[in-house]
Ligand binder design. Sequence first.
Ligand code: DLL
Length: 437
Amino acid sequence: MSGNKIWSKEEVFDREQFRAVQLERLKKTVKRVYEKVPHYKEKFQEVGIEPGDINTLEDIQKLPFTVKTDFRDNYPFGLFASEKKDIVRFHASSGTTGKPTVVGYTRKDMETWSELIARIVTMAGVTEEDTAQISFGYGLFTGAFGLHHGLERVGASVIPMSSGNTKKQIMIMKDFGTTALISTPSYALHMAEIAKEMGIDPKNDLGLKWGLFGGEGSTEAMRNELNERWGIFSTENYGMSELMGPGVAGECKALKGMHINEDHFIPEIIDPNTGKVLGEGEVGELVITTVSKEALPIIRYRTKDITSLHYEKCDCGRTTVRMSKIQGRSDDMLILGGVNVFPSQIEEVLLNTEGIGPHYQIKVFKKGYLDKIQVDVELIDDSLVDSFSKLESLSQKIRNKLRTVLGIDSKVNLVEPRSLARFEGKAKRVIDMREGK
Ligand code: DLL
């Protein structure tokens, strides 16, 4: 792919260079957490590991996993490896109980964060010529501030719009000449709809070129829908608060998976049930070890995100390992009468069916002892609302498609256009009403 800028030389390292830098940084990180974070020292001692036992990259497998509840148990700063005076920024995300998961950054961490975001926005096509509208919520969420610093670093003109106030978003987009939209895919969908309502055609009346979407999953079908509605080229990027925020991985224009910044994050894929490390291309839970962070280094963090890793060189010239689109989270997976269903499988079916729009909601409940699923999906316009037989045949068609893909029966409920919830941040499309959910 000619004409595509690559932000930093590390993105084209050969495998040996990656391995060397990863090992050196891994050793340092393990030593750092052992000395500075009592939680890790204890965990390492439980399995009889000391920093000196890490001599090859494969030795990473000797280290214990870190999980979300370790944050809760060490709330708020117990996992930090830096003193409070060296922390220049906090962020937080929702935790497993009422308390948030707190993360912190030193000045050097902030520097690294901007640099990694600069790589990601560059691979997505953004340059200093662009005007980037950040429509993630500014605040404790890592999304907005994370993207912000990296976009400034590449020289883009940043509009720190935050999420919500959608009509104003569209007005600013038009008046400021926004060329890159930074948001969740679900908010981008909602914004396109509001633009239409305002009498603005997002495709022809606005100058948007790029969509940089992240913070939640979306299917290829949703990408196509967004590209079509906005007339853009969109990429997605991935991250999570505990690891840094956005900046862990991003797609380049070749769209062959998300390049992981692997000189800073060592990825592994494990079988979520057994913890066994899986090979290239095998699908399982992503586990990440951060190897350059000062304030909050994390060892073998179980992300719960389901994906696979691919090492062959990309068409864009980058050599960093790529992770495939997240299929779902192991805790989002619905188990319906013993059958595993990812919401993304349902989304793919719905978005590839004519006559219905991209807005849907999945409800799961018990009828007697049986798990039942109901999919509410909006009609694309009002034209079918009065025709019972047409509605019936459309919902039958969707039910059949879902049965083929999921292997189970579902109830399909066609609802009027604009009757389901819209989202300004991360979408919540599944409502599980079974006991204990
Ligand atoms: O969502 C960080 C982020 C912000 C990434 C903006 C990209 C852009 P958390 O709020 O901690 O952090 O949520 C992390 O969101 O474990 C995934 O389940 C999900 N997620 C994030 N990006 C993607 C993506 C931010 N591209 C959780 N595809 C992660 C699928 C994603 N899921």
